[in-house]
Design a protein around this ligand. Structure first.
Ligand code: PFF
Length: 444
């Protein structure tokens, strides 16, 4: 999508933004983060954050993008001035860094799709599946190779234009992903012992509600809504002038949350039924889902379709991350789209390879117990994205509130009450929550 083009319709915008939101965050990350953070004690704050600061920040990002047009840097400069342009550049950096390690996980999806084509993923022995996943991630050549494959796919889509390819494909495959997930959930829930997983997800226990669980829930809210890295500013800049920003944003939030909850329901019951640990780490999805497939008739066919859909979900998110950086280079550095994507291809391959190797030969390099991959994820999710949210909140809530309010009003008949609520969230609630979370994360 070139920097002066527009979405063909409101639905096109919602689908693209939901495509960005729904990805590996919901399906890969949510189950194992919920598992590591006490289940419901993570999920409930996540839902609360999504429907308070999350959705209003989505609205603000889209509004600023539509008003400012161009890349995130261009838009923030035009709405907020030169300092905000600098903050926009930080958003570009955030998206770039996220994409570098996101692409490694995207590579795992390609690898499992490849296995599914060969009929090799419907295995019921948890040990074999664990070893298989461990082998994939610790073998440097394999891990870097699959990362390269996923990154190349992402670059090809972004060079080819977003609306023609990815929009059309996701229109069919995203609903199919939901249907497949529902089918897997039904099978998973009918396994003996599965109910423990549902209880784990929804049974709230006060002692699990640690400050860390809350910090992680807030970080995940930003991650799952694609907030704070300039994506929705960039996508908002392609939004036709008359579309209602609040309505579209609510849709994005609802779709994102339901994807995560469905993924939790898909994974956790199986974790309990097969006697695994809920805090099984990044391999959780790649180990439990194949086990469920081994318990259904025609499992390998299901597996094939599942990994196709998962790959598309990952791709639509990766594309949005790359679009932020590409739009920036086009607008600010006057590069052609092709050149911008090519530069990113090389740079992301190199940085992502360090993440890929951090599960194998470079696993000894750790900071605070985290390997390079985990470190990037931790910093981006818990600090850089919320910081991006803080920037948007201060711009929309203070400096540019009249402009943002006008954008919110387009296509809606809001009374003053609801606008005041939005204003309060942007000017006070979001900044305070982000600052408290930072404090807890650094000194708590
Ligand atoms: N929201 C995407 C997901 O949950 O998979 C990932 C993502 C996209 C994160 C864009 C951050 C971002 F800026």
């Amino acid at each position: 999508m070139s920097s002066n083009s527009q979405w063909s319709s409101r639905v096109g915008f919602i689908l693209a933004s939901a495509g960005s939101a729904i990805g590996l965050g919901a399906i890969w990350k949510f189950p194992f983060w919920a598992g590591a953070n006490g289940g419901a004690a993570f999920i409930i704050p996540y839902i609360i954050f999504t429907f308070t600061i999350g959705v209003v920040l989505v609205m603000a990002e889209v509004a600023i993008g539509r008003k400012g047009r161009g890349s995130v840097v261009t838009a923030l400069r035009s709405v907020g001035g030169p300092w905000y342009a600098l903050m926009g550049a930080l958003g570009v950096l955030t998206s770039f860094v996220i994409l570098s390690y996101y692409s490694v996980v995207g590579g795992w999806c390609v690898a499992y799709l490849w296995d599914a084509v060969g009929g090799n993923v419907t295995i019921s022995d948890p040990q074999i599946l664990k070893d298989h996943f461990g082998n994939l991630v610790s073998n440097g050549y394999l891990n870097v190779g699959w990362h390269f494959a996923f990154l190349t796919l992402t670059c090809a889509v972004v060079i080819g234009g977003v609306e023609a390819g990815i929009e059309r494909v996701s229109k069919y495959l995203m609903p199919m992903l939901f249907i497949l997930m529902l089918a897997i959930i039904v099978r998973g829930l009918t396994l003996p012992g599965a109910w423990g997983g549902v209880e784990y997800l929804f049974n709230f226990q006060w002692e699990n509600l640690t400050s860390n669980a809350i910090l992680n829930a807030m970080g995940f809210t930003f991650f799952s809504l694609s907030l704070g890295g300039g994506i929705l500013v960039t996508y908002g800049s392609y939004l036709p002038g008359k579309t209602s920003v609040p309505h579209s944003s609510l849709w994005i939030a609802v779709l994102a949350i339901q994807a995560a909850i469905l993924a939790g329901l898909m994974i956790m019951p199986a974790v309990f039924a097969f006697g695994m640990e809920p805090n099984g780490g990044p391999g959780l999805v790649f180990i439990t889902v194949p086990m469920i497939f081994s318990h259904v008739p025609f499992g390998s066919i299901f597996a094939f379709f599942f990994y196709v859909c998962l790959l598309v979900a990952a791709l639509t998110s990766a594309v949005s991350l790359l679009e932020v950086v590409t739009a920036f280079m086009q607008n600010e550095w006057n590069l052609s789209r092709k050149k911008a994507v090519t530069i990113n291809w090389v740079a992301l391959f190199l940085l992502g390879s360090v993440s890929a190797l951090s599960f194998g030969v470079w696993s000894d390099f750790t900071v605070g117990g985290r390997n390079f991959f985990d470190l990037l994820d931790y910093v981006c999710t818990n600090f850089m994205m919320p910081f991006g949210g803080l920037v948007i909140a201060t711009l929309a809530g203070w400096k540019a509130w009249p402009v943002v309010r006008e954008q919110f009003r387009i296509g809606n008949n809001f009374g003053p009450g609801i606008l005041k609520v939005f204003h309060f969230i942007l000017a006070f609630l979001a900044p305070i929550l982000v600052l408290v979370a930072f404090y807890q994360g650094l000194f708590g």
